[in-house]
Unconditional design. Structure first.
Length: 504
């Protein structure tokens, strides 16, 4: 019902919305379309949405029983229906006593143990290099957060992230470290992922071949499959639970590299910031609930405006891994073509997410954002206070963020031809006061919940990832063929490429 009304409203009126006119007609537009959520200020006013669409989108959320779905997640129901699992990454940041969930006690016991270990490593001057071996959710979150919070990192330790099965990556790290001063963290929820197991085996073999002693001191495993880690020969283990999705796991033992980098107190602050956003998502009325507003905007853009991608523009170089992190979070969660019951969907789902830090992107692909044939909503993330004291830089950085958002909206019409900017191009603008553990935690939780919201409206299960399986199975079949040249049953293209890769 709401969907049809949104469609009619879009066709009749909303597709003609002009942001410049909207601001002229409504002097209160900035106030109405912006809000302060925990640690994150968000200005949505430069988006192609009007009051009627906003009301109807909230109606759509009600019709889709968004609140019931959200409450079911927070009640620990098995909302990941295809895997019959609860979805409780939020519990990892719930303070003691703040939930009746029976798993909360174990969550805190594990957190205490992991943070105590992190503090020991921080105090161990002999360990100068920490190598995280993991991929997907066991790499992107920790890498993104360690990079983002570099300002808070313990001096004297380098952090390396090895994810790819491509041996060039591990070889380069091994060439730069010494066994006696290196801690390897093998991070894998399942402890079966082929890339991670291959890298872990090679790292262990290298360690032993180099005369490395004391695996217990130099290797730790972060996994839900503690038995497999022990079998692999790693005694130091930190566990988590099947109700933590890989891409939602940086708050769990998978966050150990973050905890080593920033320390227990800062790690707790990151959890606290995320928890504040959890409370906001769980309790704010839908119209003033930032993850809900953003998720509904995502649906509006994807399904009514037909925008197929969204560009992430963090104006802070420490957030350079954020776009990659968000790609997994959003595209692995909502890149689905069937609903939670397995029935084909009648609408498009996750857009393509991409981006680079500003101002770099401005000198590369912003041309297309300003004058290309496709409209791509842009998401600016600016940080009010810099962590450095260099004169001029931060003002210029912020001025550029504001100017780009302004240029996208305003356009320029006096010159014509190549110099014409159509304008009316939408953007969202986030402001953090400072890039610090609590604000990063809140920002990431905001994105997690926003993905939950759009996934709920589309009726999909945002917590499985069957789409990654087929390639894994085929790679297993092809690997021996690269050795023995067997082409039987292969399509001509794959067979031809196999021959080409084996030649010489
Ligand atoms: O942590 P692991 O079990 O090693 O999984 C690592 C990653 O690989 C899988 O293929 C999934 O697509 C990801 O969701 C996951 O984060």
């Amino acid at each position: 019902m709401a969907w049809a009304m949104l469609r009619a409203h879009y066709d009749r009126q909303a597709r003609h919305l002009d942001l410049r006119e909207a601001f002229r007609a409504d002097p209160g537009r900035f106030e109405e379309y912006s809000q302060q959520a925990p640690h994150v200020f968000a200005d949505l006013s430069k988006n192609l949405v009007d009051a009627h669409a906003r009301v109807m989108l909230l109606e759509l959320a009600r019709e889709c029983m968004l609140e019931r779905h959200r409450d079911a997640m927070f009640a620990g129901h098995k909302v990941n229906n295809t895997e019959q699992r609860a979805v409780k990454h939020w519990l990892l940041r719930t303070p003691r006593g703040a939930s009746l969930d029976p798993d909360l006690r174990e969550v805190h016991e594990t957190l205490e143990a992991m943070l105590a270990y992190a503090e020991r490593v921080r105090g161990d001057a002999q360990i100068t290099d920490v190598v995280n071996i993991g991929i997907g959710g066991s790499d992107l979150g920790p890498q993104m957060a360690v990079t983002a919070l570099a300002e808070f990192a313990v001096p004297g330790k380098r952090f390396h992230f090895v994810s790819n099965v491509d041996g060039h990556e591990l070889a380069a790290v091994l060439a730069a470290v010494q066994p006696r001063s290196t801690l390897f963290l093998v991070a894998s929820k399942t402890f079966t992922t082929i890339e991670t197991m291959t890298n872990a085996r090679s790292a262990k073999a290298w360690f032993e071949a180099q005369g490395g002693q004391d695996i217990a001191r130099h290797f730790a495993a972060l996994t839900t499959n503690v038995g497999a880690a022990r079998e692999f020969g790693i005694e130091t283990t930190f566990g988590f639970w099947d109700w933590v999705g890989g891409r939602y796991s940086m708050w769990s033992a998978i966050g150990l590299p973050i905890a080593i980098a920033i320390g227990a107190d800062h790690f707790r602050r990151m959890l606290a910031g995320a928890h504040e956003m959890d409370r906001h998502f769980a309790s704010a009325p839908l119209a003033a609930n930032l993850p809900v507003r953003l998720g509904l905007m995502d649906v509006w853009y994807r399904n009514f405006h037909g925008f197929a991608s969204r560009s992430i523009a963090p104006y802070h170089s420490s957030l350079r891994r954020l776009p990659a992190y968000l790609q997994q979070l959003e595209m692995e969660s909502n890149g689905k073509r069937v609903d939670a019951m397995g029935r084909p969907l009648g609408c498009s789902t996750a857009p393509v997410l991409w981006g680079e830090p500003g101002t770099n992107g401005q000198h590369a692909y912003f041309q297309m954002l300003h004058q290309g044939t496709d409209v791509v909503p842009v998401e600016f993330i600016a940080v009010r206070q810099a962590a450095h004291t260099l004169a001029d830089h931060h003002g210029q950085l912020l001025a550029n963020a504001l100017a780009q958002a302004q240029a996208l909206m305003q356009g320029k019409h006096d010159a014509g031809g190549h110099r014409e900017f159509p304008g009316n191009r939408p953007s969202t603008f986030f402001v953090l006061d400072r890039l610090e553990p609590a604000s990063l935690g809140a920002l990431i939780a905001l994105y997690e919940h926003r993905v939950f919201v759009s996934g709920s409206i589309w009726g999909i299960n945002s917590f499985d990832q069957w789409g990654v399986e087929l390639g894994k199975v085929l790679a297993k079949d092809i690997a021996p063929r690269l050795e023995n040249g067997d082409e039987s049953g292969l399509d001509p293209s794959t067979a031809g490429l196999l021959r080409r890769l084996r030649a010489g």
